[in-house]
Design a binder for this molecule. Structure first.
Ligand SMILES: Cc1cc2nc3c(=O)[nH]c(=O)nc-3n(C[C@H](O)[C@H](O)[C@H](O)COP(=O)(O)OP(=O)(O)OC[C@H]3O[C@@H](n4cnc5c(N)ncnc54)[C@H](O)[C@@H]3O)c2cc1C
Length: 438
């Protein structure tokens, strides 16, 4: 087995920063998990304790963080603010929220197949293809929007995207986890999972800072798939594989050098949009360290914030003077530098609106990374025309040797992807292996 990874580390969207003076880890990427068996299995395999976030004692807002809990369990005061000008937005209290979520749960339970990839009925229910905002209005469910939006970071124009993308991301399992509790890594260092998984796979089998230069997957002398990779320090290496699992975002640009089959090209060339999603940790924010600022807007439908912009700015609590930021956009074309400038400008706007001291230092980044492209999308017409059927039927191509997983083949959600891998993709791969040996 070999892993080819472009970055210098494993983990993808999972990112952890460690405070150099206290050694306290702070997750600023993947951090919460639905209580699925696949999640328990994965962490148990590497002896990493999890905690249920609903069954621990969070601090009272305005009090210091409970130092025995990870940063994600820090509780602060909520403030809804328009990050464009710093004005407060009154979101009020909507008494219909619980009922709306309960009715949404009933509707989603009609679509159990959404929890495992894109193996959909034919025809696909129209409700899954219409824009998510229209779906919510049709079923009188708009009361869920503020909470749904908050949990759907990275989804860009949430109300405009086809419903299927929205309800696979914040899904039936989340409605249950909201009451039963999400899991998180007990010591706040989720990246440990990938360090331990890397040790398990064996460092010589992991090619970091490496990419595929070209592939030959048909008519090879060995009958195997041949992948030519560019590695860090070892130049080009030719890998000869019985099977391959592609999990990177399958845009045509990211697949440069691959000998795409006509079927692969027909599917991957249909992506027309994706969102931008960035995360980081900032110091010297100069705002109250017991308040979380949520972006909102007084005059937009359902008061959802205007993107591009920060979704949220929140103190991490377990380390002084450190704040987490999440930034979203409806397109992928913002540079990382521009996003950082944008974040700093929005923090200054919040400072001015909150009369923060003018002597405060400029906010600066302790950590920052782009997770763009996030949620690759095709048009509703492409969905009607069988896009997901064609995507799914790629599995087992090239004579039972090529397989696919990752966000584009299910949803950008780690816990859901682990279960998809365990219950759908790996059995498919094993089936093909056994067939060949028989
Ligand atoms: C800020 C943030 C917070 C999140 N929080 C949560 C959370 O709390 N819980 C949860 O369940 N999910 C969370 N998610 C979603 C979750 O991270 C994703 O759904 C999941 O990581 C997607 O997995 P993936 O394998 O498709 O992509 P990734 O995790 O991005 O992995 C893809 C990997 O492929 C590599 N790669 C890309 N292109 C190439 C190439 N050409 N060659 C070689 N390597 C390449 C990338 O470097 C990356 O390591 C979060 C996502 C983000 C961005």
């Amino acid at each position: 087995m070999a892993i080819i990874e472009r970055n210098g580390r494993l983990g993808g969207h999972c990112e952890t920063w460690t405070d150099p003076s206290s050694g306290v880890p702070v997750d600023y990427g993947v951090v919460i998990h639905q209580p699925l068996q696949a999640v328990y299995d994965f962490f148990k395999k590497f002896h990493i304790p999890l905690l249920n976030m609903s069954s621990v004692s969070w601090n009272v807002p305005r009090d210091p963080a409970n130092a025995s809990l990870p940063a994600v369990c820090y509780s602060s005061i909520r403030k809804d603010v328009d990050f464009r000008d710093g004005s407060n937005v009154d979101r009020g209290v909507n008494l219909e929220v619980d009922d709306a979520f309960s009715r949404l749960g009933s509707i989603l339970s009609n679509y159990p197949y959404l929890l495992q990839g894109y193996d959909l009925p034919d025809p696909i229910p129209e409700d899954l293809i219409i824009p998510f905002g229209a779906f919510l209005e049709k079923h009188n469910l708009t009361a869920v929007i503020p909470t749904y939006y908050q949990f759907s970071q990275g989804m860009g124009n949430l109300l405009d995207i086809p419903t299927i993308y929205a309800v696979k991301y914040f899904n039936l399992g989340d409605l249950q986890a909201l009451t039963q509790g999400y899991l998180t890594v007990a010591d706040g260092d989720t990246s440990k999972l990938y360090r331990k998984a890397g040790d398990y796979v064996g460092r010589p089998n992991i090619f970091t800072q490496s990419t595929i230069v070209s592939t030959r997957r048909q008519n090879t002398t060995s009958g195997n798939l041949e992948l030519l990779i560019s590695t860090k320090g070892e130049g080009l290496r030719l890998l000869s594989c019985k099977q391959a699992l592609l999990t990177i975002p399958p845009t045509l640009m990211n697949l440069g050098g691959w000998d795409l089959s006509a079927e692969e090209y027909a599917v991957f060339s249909q992506y027309v949009n994706a969102n931008g999603y960035w995360t980081g940790l900032v110091t010297d924010v100069g705002l109250s360290s017991t308040t979380t600022y949520w972006n909102a807007a007084a005059t937009t439908p359902f008061q959802i914030p205007v993107l591009p912009g920060m979704y949220v700015l929140t103190p991490v609590g377990v380390v002084d003077n450190v704040w987490e930021v999440k930034f979203g956009s409806n397109t992928v074309d913002l540079s990382d530098d521009l996003v950082q400038d944008y974040i700093q400008a929005q923090i200054r706007t919040l400072r001015n609106a909150n009369n923060a001291t003018s002597s405060a230092k400029e906010p600066s980044f302790l950590a920052f990374s782009s997770h763009t492209p996030f949620q690759l999308q095709v048009t509703p017409e492409a969905i009607w025309d069988g896009f997901f059927r064609n995507l799914t039927s790629l599995q087992g191509g090239f004579g039972g040797r090529m397989f696919y997983s990752g966000a584009a083949f299910h949803t950008p959600y780690s816990a859901l992807l682990w279960r998809f891998n365990q219950e759908v993709v790996l059995p498919l791969m094993m089936q093909q292996t056994e067939r060949r040996w028989m």
